[in-house]
Structures are given as C-alpha cells and as structure tokens.
Write a protein that binds this ligand. Structure first.
Ligand code: MEV
Length: 423
C-alpha cells in the first residue's frame, strides 16, 4: 500500500513517465485518465466548440504537480498550469519548509456571493432603501424561486443589504443579494436571481434598475491560510527578519504590493487554470480586496513569533466552483480535482489560499537572499543543456559548469556536452 504522502524528494528529476506513474498511483487515476494527461491535444474540438464561440483550435499549456504540501494535516499533490518557469519548483520547495511546523492551516467563511442591483432615478433614496428592506422576505422568495436545486442543497438567497451611494449621476440605491452558492462559483445563480428581483425593486420604489450582476469583490467568501516556518528551514533569523521587512514594504507601498500579490497569484492562478476556474474573477476579487482600506496593500502578512520563527497569513476572496462551468466540461480539470481529492468548492478555495501563501513565501525568501534570477537561470540553463543534447547522466554537470562560468548559451552548452560525452 502506497503511503499517501506528498513529500516526494527528487520528483523534479524524474522523467515525465515516472512522475505521472507516482501521481496516478497516488490519486488512483484510470488508464484513460493517464492517457489523456499524456496527450497534448487533450481537449476535443467538439468540447472546445461548446465552451466558447468562434473556436478554430485549442492551445496546450504545461500541467505540473507541486509536491510536499501538507494542509490541515493532510497531504496534497497540487496540480498547476502555468507558462512561467520556477513557480512550481518554488511552491514545492517552500511547501517542504512549512512541513517542519505542521504545514499550512486554513479556514473559510463559506460560499457566500453577492449580487448587486443598481437602482437609479429615485427622488427619496433613503426611503427607497427602507422600502426594499421592509420587503426583504419577498425578495429572498423571488430569488429562491429561480433555483430550487440550490435551495434543496441548503444554498440560495439568505439575506439582503441595501446601500445608498453617491455617484457622478447622483445617489443610487444598491441592493446586495446575499446568496449561498454552495459548490458553484456562483455567477450564473446570482445573476439569474439579481435579474429576477429587479422588477420588484422597481415597482417598490418607482426607480429605474440598470445593472443586475454579481460582484467579484466576494468579501463574504473569504479563505484564510496560516503557516509557521521554522527559522532553521529558511536560513535563520536574519532571513526571517528580511522576509518580515519585505512584507512591511509591500504593506506600505502599492508599487511593491502589486508585485508581492502577483507572486501570491502565481500559485493561485496556476491551480485555477488546472481546475478550469474563472481566474479573472479571482484576480479581480483579490486586488479589490487588497484595496479595501482605501489604499492598495499586501494580501498576506509575515511576522516573527516568540521563537524567532516566521508566521505567515493570507486572507482573500476565493470564488471557485466544482459544479457548472468548465470544471465539469474540461476533462483535464476533472483529473485535477481527482488529484486534489476534494469534494467541495470550499476545500478547493482553502487549498488555493495555502498555495498562494506558500508561493508568496518562496518569492520573498528568494528575494531577500540570493534574488530570484539565480533560480531562473538554473532552470534556463537546464533547458539550454537539454536542447544541446545533455542526457540525464550529465545534465546536472552541464548546468553547473554553465552557471559557474556565468555563460548560459546554446553554443557553450553544446561544447560542454561534447566534452563530457567524450570522457
Ligand atoms: C514573479 O513572477 C513573482 C515575484 O515578482 C513576486 C514577488 O516579487 O514577490 C518574484
């Protein structure tokens, strides 16, 4: 019986075939699923044509696995789809550091999304607000009539909130429909409900409703992650202090915060792509949440605890779904969910928060120590060496020589390969 640990030393050194075998055993993938992963054209044109309009082909991206993740005392292999080198390696590395103190711990608010109904042209906006609130139960009933399945699952519209806002076109009365979307991302359910209640709001207030749409600032659907990193795992207290100062920089300066948060999103969006989520919604939610105090800031925090260890936290909106949308239609997304071994959208969101936090740690550690170019260069050198014909037995050596010489070039790689092969 294979022990279910995600701690797989040297995973990156194995041939693709071996890696796939390990993941297949771990996740219990079928032969068909294994074959599909190996096939670069793994999205049938007929499926693609049903997903969006005007399809003329498909485009493949690398699908990788980040190892070493321990989240809430359970091991996870993390599927990631991304075009940027170093991200998967960095996540796997930093996830390993986190294991010494128990990994990453997560929580969430639950799958609550908000639909906005924009009421304009009312003479008495405060009166209109109260009228809408007086009819809260009717609004919730109308909303829930749209989606009996969701209601049966325990979800549905639960509450309303009403805000009067000042705009360039005068005051507007904005109704927020608060909807428990269970395992859906929620846009379809919420938008349908928002459209259904709009005429009732117009009748109540004699105003004019224009927009009826979900907000991506999903601040009632938050996921949270926390980790403690043993100082000795990352090079001692000086590195801990450096990371805390790097965080303080991001917390204070929007120019830095944008890049800091981009590093977090490197991990989150890679999982979002692997699981076919609406990653634009996630980006929008993340950055809007990062600006919720009126200035744009870091989504994560990094502190030093009484032992001198590093404590990291992340809190952000995470509108992800397991039902509806491409996660159900894209065969590789279904495999990604199987590899994660999860049953609910909440779980997926929490895992993504854990990955985001760890990705952030990996970037900060590199930035406060050797800089990020060294890792990139190593990967670059590996690719050049392989292109120049380096076989696995000499690959590490070729990379080492090129890095030591500071010359990462195809012609030099070829020379080294030839020399090493001669001996
Ligand atoms: C690069 O994709 C991400 C980083 O810039 C993140 C950061 O600066 O924290 C390395």
């Amino acid at each position: 019986m294979l022990s279910k640990t995600s701690r797989i030393p040297g995973f990156y050194k194995l041939p693709i075939e071996e890696r796939l075998k390990i993941v297949a055993e771990y996740a219990g993938l079928t032969q068909d699923e294994i074959e599909l992963l190996k096939k670069t054209g793994n999205l049938d044109l007929s499926i693609a044509d049903r997903m969006i309009e005007n399809v003329i082909g498909t485009m493949a991206y690398p699908f990788a696995i980040a190892v070493n993740f321990l989240i809430n005392n359970r091991d996870y292999l993390i599927p990631m789809v991304i075009e940027e080198p170093s991200v998967v390696a960095a996540a796997s590395n930093a996830a390993k550091w986190a294991r010494a103190k128990g990994g990453i711990f997560t929580s969430s608010t639950g799958p609550i999304m908000i639909g906005q109904i924009q009421l304009t042209r009312v003479k008495d906006p405060w009166g209109a607000k109260m009228k809408i609130l007086e009819h809260k139960n009717d609004l919730i009933r109308i909303a829930n009539e749209q989606d009996p399945t969701l209601v049966n699952l325990g979800g549905g519209a639960k509450d309303i909130e009403v805000r009067v806002i000042d705009t360039a076109k005068g005051p507007m009365v904005i109704t927020h429909l608060i909807v428990d979307v269970r395992d859906a991302m929620g846009a379809n359910a919420v938008n349908t409900m928002a459209e259904a209640v709009a005429p009732y709001i117009e009748d109540l207030t004699n105003g004019k409703v224009f927009l009826r749409i979900i907000t991506n600032l999903a601040d009632k659907r938050l996921v949270r992650a926390r980790t403690v990193i043993d100082k000795n795992e990352i090079g001692g207290e000086e590195v801990v202090d450096g990371i805390v100062e790097a965080w303080a920089f991001a917390a204070a300066d929007p120019y830095r915060a944008a890049t800091h948060n981009k590093g977090i999103m490197n991990g989150i969006i890679a999982v979002a792509l692997a699981t076919a989520q609406d990653h634009r919604a996630l980006e929008a939610g993340a950055h809007a949440y990062a600006a919720r105090f009126g200035h744009y800031t870091s989504l994560s925090t990094w502190e030093k605890n009484e032992n001198g260890d590093l404590v990291g936290t992340l809190e952000m909106p995470m509108a992800v779904g397991l039902v509806g949308g491409a996660v159900k239609t894209h065969p590789i997304a279904r495999i990604a969910i199987k590899i994660l071994g999860i049953k609910t959208a909440n779980e997926l969101g929490e895992i993504m928060a854990a990955v985001g936090l760890i990705q952030n740690l990996a970037a900060l550690k590199a930035l406060v120590t050797e800089g990020i170019q060294k890792g990139h260069m190593k990967l670059h050198a590996r690719n050049i060496a392989i292109m120049a014909g380096a076989t696995p037995d000499i690959l590490d050596k070729v990379v080492e020589i090129m890095i030591n010489e500071g010359k990462i070039r195809f012609d030099r790689a070829k020379e080294i390969v030839e020399q090493l092969k001669k001996h």
